[in-house]
Design a protein around this ligand. Structure first.
Ligand code: SAM
Ligand code: SF4
Length: 347
C-alpha cells in the first residue's frame, strides 16, 4: 500500500493499520507531521503529570494498580506534596498540570480534589502564570464532576479504553462496577458540564483487531473531543490479563501501531490535541519524540515525587521523562516547546 491509496473511511483505516511496509509507515508519519504543523504548528504543549494516588476501587484486568493486586504498595500524596509538584511545574513554565490517579468515590477524596484544584489555581497565579488544570480520576457522578469544574478544573481525561463493548467486557471484570455504558455516560456528562473532555484507548491489547482500532478512531471523531491520549498496552505480570496468557502483538508491532494510530488520528482530526503517551517511551528513549514527529502535540512530563513514582506501576518497565531532560530530548528543528502556554485546542 502507498500513501496515495489511503482513504480515511473504515476500510482504508483497517488497511493502513494492517500494512506493515516500513516505507508506507514512514510516509504516513511524515504526512501526519506535515498536517500537524499546518494546523496546530510545531509547538508541543506540556502538562506536568502528578500521580496523586494508586489506591483504586476498580479492578481492570490489565492494570497494575487494580484493587486486587496485593503486591502493589499503596500511597497517596499529601496536599503539600501535590502543591510542591505543581509549584515546580509552574516554575518550569509548564502551562498545565494533570492530576491523575486511581478511581475513588469516598467523600474525603472528593473534597481533597476540590480543595487542591482551588489551591492549584492560586499557585499558578502566584507564579505569574495561571495553570491549566486537567483531572483524570476515573468515573464520578455528574455532581462530583460539576463540583471539580466549578472549583477550576477545565479538562478531564477519561479513556474509553476500547470503543468495542465486547472487547471492553473482555478486559474488565463483570461485576457491575466496570460497565462500558457507564463509562460512555460519564464521558458525555463531562462534555455536557463544559469540560474539554479527552478520551483514548490502549493499543495492541489481547483480543484487539485492526477493525477495533479503526472503530476507535471513528469513535473519537464522533465524540468530537478536543484531545485524545492513547498509548500502547504493556503487560503487568501481576494482572489477570497477563496471567491468562492471552497473546498480544510484539513490542515492535505495538510501537508501530501506536505511532500509526497517532498519525491516522491527525489526518482524521487535524486541529485537536493529541498526546504522545508515556507508554511509547517503554519501547525507546525517543518513543515520545517519535510520537510528536508522527502528529502528536502534547506530552506529560512526570513531576510526581520520585519515592512514590515507582509505586504507580500500571505496567512493567515504566520509564519516565523528567522535565530536566526536556530540552535535550525534545531538541529538534521539528519541535518547539510551548513553555508557559495552556495549549487548549482551538476547534
Ligand atoms: N483511574 C483512572 C482511569 O482509569 O481512567 C485514571 C488513571 S488510569 C491508571 C490511566 C490509564 O492508564 C487508563 O485509562 C489506561 O488506559 C492506562 N493503563 C492502565 N493499565 C495499562 C497497561 N497495562 N498498559 C497501558 N496502559 C494502561
Ligand atoms: Fe483503577 Fe484506572 Fe487502573 Fe482501572 S485503569 S484499575 S480505574 S487506576
Amino acid at each position: 500500500m502507498t500513501l496515495s491509496d489511503l482513504t480515511l473511511d473504515r476500510d482504508g483505516l483497517i488497511a493502513a493499520l494492517e500494512c506493515t511496509d516500513p516505507a508506507f509507515e514512514e510516509a504516513l508519519r511524515q504526512e501526519a507531521y506535515r498536517v500537524k504543523v499546518a494546523h496546530v504548528g510545531k509547538n508541543v504543549y506540556l502538562r506536568g503529570l502528578i500521580e496523586i494516588s494508586n489506591r483504586c476501587r476498580k479492578d481492570c484486568l490489565y492494570c497494575g494498580i487494580r484493587r486486587g493486586n496485593a503486591a502493589c504498595p499503596r500511597y497517596e500524596l499529601s496536599d503539600e506534596e501535590v502543591l510542591a509538584a505543581a509549584t515546580y511545574a509552574a516554575r518550569q513554565r509548564f502551562g498545565s498540570v494533570v492530576i491523575q490517579g486511581g478511581e475513588r468515590s469516598d467523600t474525603a477524596f472528593i473534597q481533597k480534589i476540590t480543595r487542591l484544584v482551588k489551591a492549584l489555581k492560586q499557585i499558578g497565579t502566584e507564579n505569574g502564570l495561571p495553570l491549566g488544570i486537567t483531572l483524570s480520576l476515573g468515573e464520578q457522578s455528574r455532581d462530583v464532576y460539576a463540583e471539580w469544574f466549578d472549583a477550576g478544573a477545565h479538562r478531564y481525561l477519561l479513556r474509553i479504553e476500547s470503543s468495542n463493548p465486547d472487547l471492553y467486557r473482555k478486559i474488565h471484570p463483570q461485576d457491575g462496577l466496570h460497565s462500558y455504558e457507564r463509562r460512555l455516560e460519564a464521558l458525555y456528562d463531562l462534555k455536557a458540564i463544559g469540560y474539554q473532555a479527552g478520551t483514548g484507548v490502549m493499543i495492541g491489547m489481547p483480543f484487539q483487531t485492526a477493525a477495533d482500532l479503526a472503530d476507535d478512531l471513528l469513535f473519537f471523531r464522533r465524540f468530537g473531543g478536543p484531545m485524545i491520549g492513547m498509548g500502547p498496552y504493556h503487560p503487568n505480570a501481576e494482572t489477570p490479563l497477563t496471567r491468562s496468557g492471552a497473546s498480544y502483538p510484539s513490542d515492535e508491532a505495538r510501537f508501530s501501531l501506536g505511532l500509526k494510530m497517532i498519525a491516522l488520528l491527525r489526518l482524521l482530526m487535524p486541529d485537536i490535541n493529541i498526546a504522545a503517551a508515556t507508554s511509547l517511551e517503554v519501547f525507546s528513549p525517543r518513543g515520545r519524540v517519535l510520537g510528536l514527529l508522527s502528529g502528536a502535540n502534547v506530552i506529560m512530563p512526570n513531576v510526581t515525587p520520585e519515592a512514590q513514582l515507582v509505586k504507580y506501576n500500571l505496567y512493567d518497565r515504566k520509564t519516565l521523562l523528567r522535565d530536566r531532560q526536556l530540552n535535550d530530548v525534545l531538541h529538534s528543528d521539528q519541535i518547539r516547546i510551548g513553555f508557559g502556554q495552556w495549549g487548549d485546542a482551538v476547534l
